[in-house]
Design a protein. Structure first.
Length: 283
């Protein structure tokens, strides 16, 4: 639409410039005819434009028929008036060119503003739609894998992983009222309100920082996507709470954010690429 508007104004401008050049040419021809008249001769090559010049001269003569004898030559006022008429037409065309450019700017700026308003309205509607759809995602799962801390592997004390897992699950059940399930060599916890995830993460960070002789790899995934959750668990990111990009994106739509997120890396999962993020405590 804007391109069509620009072409239309460009077409009008070209027409006005054509008339402007034609007026300048007509002034030059009028001067030649005036000289012809003063010399009392007849230049046949002026015949092609004489009808136009005679029409303007006739109009000028109706304004003033006077003349003056100067140095033996008769100067008729109608030629001077005709020059004034052509000059006025020249400046009128100049004014029209200026108005055309001004109007073009006004119309294009108005179109740009309307387009921006429409884009803003569309973007706002799109954002509201995305916001609504994201907020409808409430289910999420957390998976935890455990292993003995490195420093305890070289000691005579044998770390009982099963016992430590029981203690971990007991703590999580007491704090979050959730029943763990065995999942992919670890444990799975399912929740039903992603808007409350910060309270869950608070407990998970306490687990992560516990003084127990085991360390934890914690993975978070929205929509109970167990396939992706298994992939996250297989990365063995111990000491971190990781998640996929869609979980990180969903977290942005929570009203409050007690934790920040950052990208850990990008990994290949068959034909798909998995973008991994992590939750981090705000220092």
């Amino acid at each position: 639409m804007q391109k069509l508007t620009s072409k239309s104004f460009e077409f009008i401008k070209n027409i006005l410039y054509f008339f402007k050049i034609f007026v300048i040419f007509s002034i030059l021809m009028l001067l030649f005819e005036w000289v012809e008249h003063l010399l009392n001769t007849n230049w046949a090559w002026l015949n092609f434009i004489r009808p136009l010049l005679n029409s303007v001269l006739k109009m000028s003569e109706s304004i003033n028929k006077g003349s003056i004898n100067l140095l033996g030559a008769l100067f008729e006022f109608k030629y001077g008036i005709a020059l004034i008429i052509f000059t006025v037409i020249y400046y009128v065309i100049n004014g029209l060119i200026f108005l055309n450019s001004l109007l073009e700017k006004i119309v294009i700026n108005t179109q740009t503003l309307c387009k921006k308003i429409e884009e803003d309205r569309f973007n706002k509607s799109l954002q509201e739609d995305i916001n609504k759809k994201q907020r409808q995602i409430k289910k999420f799962s957390i998976a935890i894998k455990t292993k003995a801390k490195q420093k305890f592997k070289h000691q005579e004390i044998n770390v009982d992983i099963s016992e430590q897992n029981v203690l971990m699950n007991k703590y999580i059940m007491e704090k979050l009222s959730v029943i763990p399930k065995e999942f992919n060599g670890g444990f799975l916890y399912e929740f039903h309100d992603f808007n409350q995830i910060d309270s869950v993460l608070e407990i998970m960070f306490k687990v992560l920082k516990s003084t127990a002789p085991i360390e934890y790899a914690i993975s978070v995934q929205v929509n109970n996507n167990y396939t992706l959750l298994e992939k996250l668990m297989s990365l063995d990111y111990y000491g971190k709470i990781i998640m996929s990009s869609d979980t990180s994106f969903r977290y942005q739509f929570n009203s409050l954010h007690k934790y920040e997120t950052s990208q850990v890396g990008i990994f290949q999962n068959g034909d798909q690429t998995v973008e991994v993020h992590e939750f981090k405590e705000i220092m």
